[in-house]
Design a protein around this ligand. Structure first.
Ligand SMILES: Cc1ncc(COP(=O)(O)OP(=O)(O)O)c(N)n1
Ligand SMILES: Cc1ncsc1CCOP(=O)(O)O
Ligand SMILES: [Mg+2]
Length: 562
């Protein structure tokens, strides 16, 4: 294995630069030559392919699970902000398998591109064949295609091994301004690559280059460019306006041949934008591989990039002007988090209601004290009709009770009250500010819960950095007006789609809590209740009863799972 892993060497030149593009690359000093260790590699690959083809153990495994698969055909970025490395991270973040065909190896960092070494065309072809002949690729995404021959190879291979979609990011210039595919390649991009593409995603410079230098300075110019590019053959066009002068928003123009859409998102002020184009295209490919429509894939990808940029705006990697960002959004979101949220805290989630407390003559802090003593594992103050000052005072006194009992206290809707009282977090709904904005305001250590009725909302909550979701109304309720009931089936659908732990809410009480917990989905961690605890004379007794029911239900579920 050691000799096979030996890929870089100083002896044999693997390839000289392609003559057509040579002048456009900056020559680097002391470039390593790629050495040919192909013979033993390809033998091994062929051997394993033959084994699969002959119906060996791999092909007879009927229980195998198909995972959405993107193949990226792109260049390697040693700084790992863009290129193949960005594609791998983006696909991983979107839950999709990503295989790779490397077209060029670049030496680059946050300062710029110091060197480029193109992989020989026959070896690009060999990589492509290895993957496409063996693996069930759904979508191919292209990035840096540095020679005419490589574009032609892609064309041929996709004839032999058709895939569901081709996403073309027509990479020509890096974010640092270095040329990655020069003018000589434009003709083959126009004539062979674009007609094959299901979507092409140029930035303004690339769109202009593909359109013979036409000026694109306004959103209206972007509309015209999208239409002209569409005439070249791709099924869809996304012209990215990230570099549009004088624009407060980041506006992209999407054209599907019929309708033009302006897709806007807030412009994030950060130096960490290296690799956004690669990431966006990979994310679109990943969403298509999962079965999304094109417009939905584009919108989800734009939101993903915006969220990742927002999370990563303050990270510092490298000394140059263009830093990479954190695709997995962990550097800020998770690491350094001192008190990590424990999903089992969702077990018996008590949500207060001032109207009910008034009805029974309970103060908020007495009601919370009783719920905590009765076994509540987390408390949310949902005070819809009190003054801000009173809310803050209530939050401070309830916080003392909860802290003394080691129980988190969350504030419903009011991020300002959560910040001012130093509560443990917030619970926000779909009409409140997005989770990622709440996360920016609250920082990495606070708990954020989001109400979700659909798998899509659950995905957005996860992307936005939420810790859990609340899903319901499971049953009809009088506590929240005009609230759609999703039933046990709706709850189960959301739980199965959610990457976050879930607490069920809406009309849950001691008679039906067992049925809720019985749906048997591991990330359903508990129930959130208002009236079953607080619209009662004795909060302590009711909480104890519900705790007992939940304990019984969980024990029964554990026994059934054995
Ligand atoms: C745990 C939990 N889940 C859902 C909700 C509902 O929040 P929201 O949709 O914002 O509605 P209001 O509670 O604000 O009326 C919740 N509060 N807690
Ligand atoms: C706040 C909320 N969100 C969805 S249903 C609901 C009300 C739950 O109250 P109850 O437990 O009294 O039905
Ligand atoms: Mg709310």
């Amino acid at each position: 294995m050691a000799n096979e892993a030996h890929f870089l060497s100083t002896s044999l030149p693997f390839l000289s630069f392609n003559k057509a593009v040579l002048p456009e690359f900056r020559q680097s000093k002391g470039l390593s030559f790629l050495v040919n260790s192909r013979i033993s590699r390809s033998k091994q690959t062929r051997a394993s392919m033959e084994m699969r083809g002959s119906g060996g153990p791999m092909t007879s495994d009927h229980s195998a699970v198909k995972i959405p698969h993107v193949l990226t055909v792109a260049g390697s970025d040693s700084g790992a902000g863009a290129g193949i490395q960005a594609d791998l991270k983006a696909c991983a973040a979107r839950g999709v398998y990503c295989s790779t065909v490397i077209t060029a190896v670049t030496a680059q960092n946050t300062v710029g591109v110091q060197g480029v070494n193109i992989v020989p065309e026959d070896f690009v072809a060999e990589q492509m064949k290895s993957v496409l002949s063996d693996m069930d690729v759904d979508v191919v995404k292209t990035g840096m295609l540095p020679s005419i021959g490589i574009v032609k190879i892609l064309h041929q291979q996709l004839q032999v091994y058709p895939v569901r979609a081709l996403v073309v990011d027509p990479v020509m210039v890096s974010t640092s301004g270095d040329v990655l595919a020069g003018p000589s390649i434009l003709a083959v991009f126009r004539e062979e690559l674009l007609p094959m593409a299901d979507i092409v995603t140029p930035n303004l410079k690339e769109a202009s280059a593909l359109l013979d230098g036409v000026k694109i300075n306004t959103v209206s110019d972007m509309h015209s460019a999208a239409k002209l590019l569409h005439d070249m053959g791709p099924r869809n066009v996304l012209v990215k306006g990230g570099h549009l002068p004088d624009s407060l928003d980041a506006v992209d123009v999407f054209f599907d041949g019929e309708h033009l859409y302006e897709l806007r998102s807030s412009r994030i002020k950060t130096r960490n934008t290296h690799g956004t184009g690669c990431t966006l295209a990979s994310c679109i490919a990943a969403e298509l591989a999962k079965g999304s429509s094109m417009l939905k894939a584009v919108k989800a990808s734009k939101f993903f990039v915006e969220t990742a940029l927002d999370y990563s705006k303050d990270i510092s990697i490298g000394k140059g002007p263009q830093g990479p960002f954190d695709h997995l959004m962990n550097l800020k979101h998770n690491s350094g988090r001192q008190v990590r949220f424990n999903p089992s805290d969702l077990f018996l989630y008590a949500v207060t209601d001032s109207r009910m407390n008034r009805k029974w003559g309970h103060s908020i802090s007495d009601a919370v004290k009783d719920a905590v003593q009765g076994g509540a594992t987390i408390v949310q103050l949902r005070e819809k009709d009190i003054e801000t000052g009173d809310f803050l005072e209530a939050a401070k006194s309830c916080l003392q009770i909860c802290r003394a009992n080691g129980i988190p206290l969350l504030i419903n809707d009011r991020i300002d009250v959560a910040l001012a009282s130093d509560a443990d977090g917030v619970h926000i709904g779909q009409s409140d500010m997005p989770a990622h904005v709440a996360r920016s305001l609250l920082g990495p250590e606070k708990i954020i819960g989001v109400s979700c009725k659909t798998p899509e909302q659950a995905e957005q909550a996860w992307l936005g950095g939420a810790d859990y979701i609340g899903s319901g109304g499971v049953y009809p309720t009088n506590t929240k007006e005009n609230n759609r009931t999703i039933g046990l089936d709706g709850l189960k659908t959301v739980c199965l789609a959610s990457k976050l732990p879930v607490v069920a809410i809406g009309g849950i009480n001691i008679s039906n809590a067992h049925a809720v917990m019985e749906i048997g989905v591991p990330n359903l961690k508990g129930v959130a209740v208002v009236s079953a605890l607080f619209d009662r004379e004795c909060v302590l007794t009711e909480t104890r009863k519900l705790h007992a029911v939940l304990t019984e239900a969980t024990a029964a579920a554990a026994a059934a799972a054995k």
